[in-house]
Design a protein around this ligand. Structure first.
Ligand code: HBI
Ligand code: FE
Length: 289
């Protein structure tokens, strides 16, 4: 049995890293990875960005079973300098930012139980590795993730961490990208969910805004259901440039440190790709009878 570090009183290492302990994954746990992988591959082609699919293949994440972090990291490091380190679950913000700023992606080493394939509270190895790691093989996206970590470290005492968390949420986790082939997914929270992968690009319910750093950082989000709002970038270059060129000092002064824009609100000045009927959320979402 895998040790559940976060359920013990054991003191964590300062950087919260633990051994992945790859040898102790059971056949059933590798099977869970394979089941989730196969379900996603039924829906992702044609809905997710090519850069994501390219990363999956480049890094051999399609070879079956839970990846070995050291071997995966050696491959990834050759391309963009990123490595994957194992952590027991969510880590404190300062620790998380420090890892990203140093091109280490912290990934949960445990995998969800076979009877909870669709909903998990803490990011597991499938979400973290399948969802996040392929795009770290993309040089521009890799730079964006490092810049986010550096921005996070600089913002620790700003009182605006909620706003910065929204930036991560609406890009790294739930971002959409416009391509010559149409709207595509790149956010890890979407690509690791078969149902939201269809919802995010095809269903008329959610609003899809063009990327706007300030609006995005003012916008609240839900963590327990499909998003009511997505933000769409034109390219990873745009995402990186806009983030690097934003002066967060004055921005934080304008933001209240909280959210003053609800995800379902559409302002007349906003640049909108689809207005969103909100029919899904209005019917009660995931909890509809
Ligand atoms: N820890 N392991 C892990 N993974 C995350 O995505 C994560 C975290 N700690 C903090 C955190 N995310 C967020 O608060 C950041 O987006 C700000
Ligand atoms: Fe994530």
């Amino acid at each position: 049995m895998r040790k559940q570090f976060h359920r013990t009183n054991e003191a964590p290492a300062e950087d919260y890293t633990i051994p992945q302990d790859w040898e102790s994954y059971t056949e059933e746990e590798h099977g869970t990875w394979n089941t989730l992988y196969a379900r996603l591959m039924d829906v992702l082609p044609g809905r997710t960005d090519e850069a994501f699919l390219k990363g999956l293949t480049l890094l051999d994440l399609n070879k079956g079973g839970i990846p070995h972090f050291e071997r995966l990291s050696d491959e990834l490091e050759k391309r963009t300098g990123w490595r994957v380190v194992a952590v027991p679950g969510l880590v404190p913000d300062n620790v998380f930012f420090d890892h990203l700023a140093n091109r280490r992606f912290p990934a949960g080493n445990f995998i969800r139980k076979a009877d909870q394939l669709d909903y998990i509270q803490e990011p597991d190895v499938f979400h973290d590795v399948f969802g996040h790691v392929p795009l770290l093989a993309n040089p521009i996206f890799g730079d964006y993730m490092q810049a986010y970590g550096e921005g996070g470290l600089r913002s620790l005492n700003s009182g605006c961490l909620k706003n910065l968390a929204a930036l991560y949420w609406y890009t790294v986790e739930f971002g959409l990208i416009k391509t010559s082939e149409g709207l595509r997914i790149y956010g890890a929270g979407i690509v690791s969910s078969p149902a939201e992968s269809v919802f995010a690009v095809e269903v008329p319910s959610p609003i899809r805004f063009l990327f706007d750093t300030e609006l995005l950082m003012r916008t609240d989000y839900r963590i327990d259901d499909f998003q009511q709002t997505y933000f769409v970038i034109n390219s990873y270059e745009e995402l990186l440039e806009r983030t690097l060129n934003t002066d967060f000092g004055p921005l934080y002064e304008r933001l209240s440190g909280g959210y003053d824009h609800r995800p379902e609100d559409v302002l007349s000045t906003d640049e909108i790709l689809t207005h969103g009927t909100q029919s899904y959320a209005n019917k009660g979402g995931r909890f509809a009878s």
